[in-house]
Design a binder for this molecule. Structure first.
Ligand SMILES: Nc1ncnc2c1ncn2[C@@H]1O[C@H](COP(=O)(O)OP(=O)(O)OP(=O)(O)O)[C@@H](O)[C@H]1O
Length: 204
């Protein structure tokens, strides 16, 4: 089984992926932040590094999808290949930080890759408003992320909502996390697990 968690920067995907992996005994595939050769430069100058970073993420996400398919195990994935293209790259293009020709090249490559990809059995979208996202980004304190502004997160949120409305490739579960603190409140984690069990048809 392939479960994926999707959501804006700071929505709490990584924490939830860990907790669910422990609860269900699933393997977990994280998004590589350490060792990403472009991320810090990208936040310093998006126009210069947008294409490089998107190619890097696209390739690493494609590799993950292959790993999931080949493993034959139940895996939970922290962010999907769809978000790279439909949210991040699209936003960079719309905001003028990725040129038309770079975006065209990127999208052709993405379309080719995604035509070979199977959608997750369940996609969990963590919906969060700006105060929640800003709070979590500040709290985790990665230096290169401190320049992230509300405008950037807001335009990503608009695209996330569009994506959730239009996503038809597989099952989608939307969880509003604004009032949840599953890292510290066991009852909040139970609530999320209950929603997932219900969707997967598991009796808890
Ligand atoms: N395709 C992409 N384009 C631009 N930035 C990206 C892309 N994919 C991931 N990132 C950035 O890489 C970093 C990944 O960090 P991380 O894995 O902790 O995810 P996150 O989005 O902060 O998730 P969460 O807080 O929900 O766990 C973030 O700054 C994220 O926005």
């Amino acid at each position: 089984m392939h479960i994926a968690i999707t959501g804006n920067i700071g929505a709490g995907k990584t924490t939830l992926a860990q907790l669910l992996a422990t609860h269900y005994g699933w393997d977990v595939l994280y998004e590589a932040v350490e060792g990403n050769p472009y991320l810090a430069d990208f936040y310093g100058d998006m126009e210069r590094w947008s294409f490089n970073l998107q190619i890097y993420f696209l390739n690493s996400r494609f590799e993950q999808v292959k790993t999931i398919r080949e493993s034959g195990r139940s895996v939970i994935q922290d962010r999907t290949i769809y978000e790279d293209a439909y949210i991040f790259a699209s936003n960079l293009h719309r905001s003028g930080n990725m040129s038309e020709r770079d975006y065209e090249t990127y999208r052709c490559l993405f379309d080719n890759m995604v035509s070979t990809v199977q959608a997750p059995d369940l996609m969990i979208y963590l919906r969060a408003d700006l105060p929640k996202l800003m709070g979590q980004i500040r709290k985790r304190g990665r230096s290169f992320e401190q320049s992230i502004g509300e405008d950037y997160l807001d335009s990503l949120n608009v695209l996330y909502e569009e994506f959730a409305r239009e996503y038809t490739a597989g099952e989608l579960l939307i969880i509003d996390v604004n009032e949840l603190d599953y890292a510290n409140r066991p009852q909040d984690l139970q609530h999320v697990i209950g929603r997932i069990d219900e969707r997967l048809g598991v009796n808890s």
